[in-house]
Write a new protein. Sequence first.
Length: 273
Amino acid sequence: MSAPRTLLLTGAAGGVGTMMRELLPAFGYELRLLDAAPVKEEGEAETGAVTAELGDRERLRTAVRGVDAIVHLAGISREATFEDILEANLRGTYHLYEAALEEGVRRVVFASSNHAIGFTPRPGPGEPLVRADAPHRPDTFYGLSKCFGEDLAQLYWDRYGIETVSLRIGSCFRKPSSVRMLPVWLSPTDAARLVDAALTADDVGHTVVYGSSANTRALWDLSGARALGYVPRDDSEEYAAGLLAEQGEAGPAGPGHNRIGGTFCAVPLGRPH
């Protein structure tokens, strides 16, 4: 794929979206921003931010029109009621793919999640890393919505030739805040590198990869992401000593301790978490 220049970034006012607004322009991208909340930041007027729900199909199609690719971060990012998840994450993602189809956009980067495989056992020391072809085992309605998004991406590739890279993102924050986060941390700069690789790799069809940095304590096999051209440079281990001193080793006491999804495997379904 020739390198896209203009991107539609959905969820641009969210946590990951805000970091991608800061970092993706350095890769040569011009951003068009969309979020249900106003995107208000000095110096960003030229980006043409659109305030709209994904259910507003007319405004969504207008936002998609003329872009080279879409980075889809919008939606509810925690557990919530099924009705809320249905509207924002399932219907919203469907509306996005329909707009891409109508406007001829051929590449989407979809923010999936490790919670699509949340009930998958965490590998222990010496055990194989979790592969990207691990079957769906969602831990919540939120995780279920990410399974839907991945399957929808596969459908639109098989039916219409819209290519998607689904990124099963771990914990994307400026630094890890817990011992449990150390294996799955994705630094903002590595996140931008991963998105860029997903946008520029050739012949991806529908590809599912994990999104984490090059963490010493890794749980996931990053070979699929590396095959796209992703070269992670950060490692959560630089934060390990401080977190271990403060919190101790992650032990078996917490709910979901032996599952990829952690506490998401134990929260009541549909209860905001």
